[in-house]
Design a protein around this ligand. Structure first.
Ligand SMILES: *Cc1c(COP(=O)(O)O)cnc(C)c1O
Length: 392
């Protein structure tokens, strides 16, 4: 029997193992477990998008291998969407490629950019795939600690210049998972200036630009003049249009960075299914009203969750965007002790902030991708709960 590689063996432990075991045990006892854990929209894919799949499934050309870079129609729709949404001009021929979901592109791009030992700057807490990509490419991770005091934005002045000199890429993610933080354009301007000074590529994960609340509208890093010299952005149609199951997204920006991704992908996969790219086109053609109506549903959930958490004494700030409420745990608790208490006492699953990195310690994350019925039941349980004393 062959043994698994060191590359795979050194993956960080899967922190949900213990929680998954407890959930399974509770379910076996017949308990109704309410989960605020995973960010996977419960709201169905819009009808017009599903219809487009039905129409295009019968076109024989869609039964064959797609081109790695994506259909010309898909790429030109992305360019149109960038223009209308961000007033940014991108060239569909060289600055856009389709992805089999953003996660696929995020995981693959490090293989195209990092040589063994090259430094990747990774925020902490963060979506875990940035780190996995670095690990698989043999790169070296240098963590950038994020904290509430800087609005969960990196402080570039704290990155030592010898590290910055050696760094090849930096990951950003705004609106952010898990913190729900957003970045103003002035932050992206600073990021671009930092990247240009040290010759670092910016990889911005922009999966949540279409999930926003109140009057806030997330910006694209490509709105910064000259950003395209050093950056690309990853978009997911998963979170934007309730399409996690279909696997479609795109990378947009600097053409050499797009080419690096193309060279990896053309050798490992054969692109996103064409019928699903047609679904993506239909999704990007949805009206503003449809997006607003969907966001209003999440916003109502956000408001209810924030109200309950504040009522039980957690000092939480309502997020302006993303699918997540990120809350500090009560004094005396750790992320894990609080998540365990909620699970043991109330049969409710939350994600400990520490599972997104050491600087997520002291927080928990609640996802808003839960049915209204389950949400109300979960909040009813929390509302009447007396928080037990923590370990410290
Ligand atoms: C969900 C998520 C992704 C992955 O999106 P897919 O397009 O479904 O692969 C990427 N980044 C972040 C931060 C996410 O939360």
């Amino acid at each position: 029997m062959a043994r698994i590689s060191k590359r795979v063996e050194q993956l960080p432990p899967y922190l949900f193992v213990e929680i998954s075991r407890k959930i399974a045990a509770k379910k076996a006892e017949g308990k109704q477990v309410i989960t605020f854990g995973i960010g996977d929209p419960d709201i169905p894919t819009p009808d017009s998008v599903l219809k487009r799949l039905a129409e295009t499934a019968y076109d024989a050309p869609n039964h064959r291998y797609p081109e790695t870079e994506g259909l010309p129609e898909f790429r030109s729709e992305v360019a149109k969407w960038y223009k209308s949404r961000f007033d940014v001009t991108v060239d569909p021929a060289t600055e856009i490629m389709s992805l089999i979901g953003a996660k696929e592109g995020i995981g693959h791009i490090s293989l195209g950019l990092l040589d063994p030992g090259d430094i990747a700057l990774e925020p902490d807490p963060a979506y875990p795939v940035y780190h996995v990509g670095t690990l698989f490419a043999g790169g070296e991770s240098v963590k950038i600690p994020l904290s509430e005091s800087t609005g969960w934005l990196p402080d570039f002045s704290k990155i030592p210049s010898d590290v910055a000199e050696k760094a090849k890429i930096i990951w950003l993610n705004y609106p952010n998972n898990p913190t729900g933080a957003v970045a103003p354009l002035s932050f992206f301007e600073e990021a671009v200036a930092f990247a240009k000074k040290y010759d670092i590529a910016i990889l911005n994960d922009a999966c949540y630009t279409e999930v926003y609340y109140d009057d806030y509208r997330p910006v694209s890093i490509l709105e910064v003049p000259g950003a395209k010299d050093v950056s690309i952005e990853f978009h997911s149609l998963s979170k934007s249009y309730n399409m996690t199951g279909w696997r479609i997204g795109m990378a947009v920006g600097n053409q050499e960075l797009i080419r690096a991704l193309f060279l990896v992908k053309s050798n490992l996969d054969s692109g996103a299914s064409q019928a699903i790219q047609h679904m993506g086109i239909a999704a990007m053609q949805l009206s503003d009203n449809e997006i607003q109506a969907r966001n209003k549903q999440y916003q109502d959930r956000r408001d209810k969750v924030v109200e309950t958490l504040q009522k039980i004494g957690l000092d939480v700030t309502p997020p302006k965007a993303s699918l997540y409420v990120w809350a500090p745990v009560p004094k005396g608790h750790t992320s894990a002790s609080f998540a365990t208490a909620v699970l043991d006492d109330l049969d409710i699953v939350l994600t400990p902030g520490s599972s997104y990195g050491e600087f997520g310690e002291g927080y928990i994350r609640l996802s808003l991708t839960i049915s209204d019925q389950d949400l109300d039941e979960g909040l009813r349980r929390l509302n009447t709960w007396t928080i037990p004393k923590g370990p410290g």
